[in-house]
Design a binder for this molecule. Structure first.
Ligand SMILES: NC(=O)c1ccc[n+]([C@@H]2O[C@H](COP(=O)([O-])OP(=O)(O)OC[C@H]3O[C@@H](n4cnc5c(N)ncnc54)[C@H](O)[C@@H]3O)[C@@H](O)[C@H]2O)c1
Length: 261
């Protein structure tokens, strides 16, 4: 499904991104891995780069080749470092990279955004989420935080709400649509990676454990990466602007609970 494809993956030094790089390579893809941290084992070509600023994204784009078939936006941070850096990495850097990679992408390419169940509040916050999703370029994030009254501790869920809205908006934008580039998201529930310890800290042990108990266990990178790879492949060629909850049924369990069924 991925043989001979050129796939760019962010966040390859750890967790879900690392597993994506392994699977893509095993399936015959040429991998370009990006991370701010150097991975212990390099798969394909590694580009050390920082998604948290315009300059960081520009230097990553310069290092990338043309003829890219897919981009997996996996890198992300938990929110513990504050709203500014979280919005920078989880949304604005991701968007800038995607727009730049689209110019180097083959027709019929695919972009996959790793969002989160934590972003499902976008339906209740559409005005804020779409307002931020529609900002052009890499803005001064402190100004965005002020303008949209973003509380410091809500940087993570808001970054993922905005990402889920942008995921739909971008799938309809000329710069992607004219080249037949599909844009989709994968939203995990809790996954056993280094970031989970930070989520436990933010959410509290009780909430984190209750989510995990609803589906029997936390996910693993092995549960999430194949879904990302499917969306990169031609098997998903008629899937666009979509989001796949990849959470062992946690979203369904939460909805059923809310509906008192
Ligand atoms: N693990 C979970 O419970 C969970 C749940 C929902 C969503 N997610 C999302 O999955 C994605 C992957 O997370 P993970 O669980 O593999 O976590 P992880 O911490 O194992 O991996 C994240 C990777 O992103 C990289 N990264 C961080 N800042 C960067 C920057 N400025 N530039 C480039 N790379 C940077 C890190 O170095 C790391 O290798 C994230 O977007 C996260 O929000 C994770």
């Amino acid at each position: 499904m991925l043989a001979e494809k050129t796939i760019v993956i962010t966040g390859v030094a750890s967790g879900i991104g690392q597993r994506c790089a392994q699977i893509a390579s095993e399936m015959g893809a040429k991998v370009f891995g990006i991370d701010v941290v150097k991975p212990e084992t390099t798969i394909g070509t590694f580009i050390q780069g920082d998604l948290s600023s315009q300059a960081g994204v520009s230097s990553i784009l310069e290092a990338l080749p043309n003829n890219i078939d897919a981009l997996c936006n996996v890198a992300g941070v938990s929110g513990t470092a504050g709203a500014n850096i979280t919005l920078a990495i989880n949304f604005f850097g991701l968007k800038e990279l995607s727009e730049g990679v689209a110019l180097k992408m083959n027709a019929g390419g695919s972009i996959v955004n790793v969002a989160s169940m934590a972003g499902y509040g976008w339906r209740e916050n559409t005005e804020r989420a779409s307002g931020i999703a529609n900002i052009a370029g890499f803005p001064d994030i402190d100004t965005v935080i002020k303008e949209f009254s973003i509380p410091e501790e809500l940087g993570y869920p808001i970054s993922k709400e905005v990402l889920l809205v942008w995921n739909k908006v971008a799938s309809q934008q000329k710069q992607f649509k004219d080249k037949g580039i599909r844009i989709n998201a994968v939203s995990p529930g809790p996954v056993e990676t280094p970031i989970l310890a930070q989520f436990r800290q933010v959410l509290g042990e009780e909430k984190a454990s209750s989510d995990i108990n609803k589906v029997g266990r936390a996910g693993t990178p092995e549960d999430i990466a194949p879904v990302i790879m499917f969306l990169c492949s031609d098997a998903a060629k008629w899937v666009n602007g979509n989001n796949i909850s990849t959470d062992g049924g946690l979203e369904a369990a939460t909805t059923v609970e809310k509906l008192h069924l």
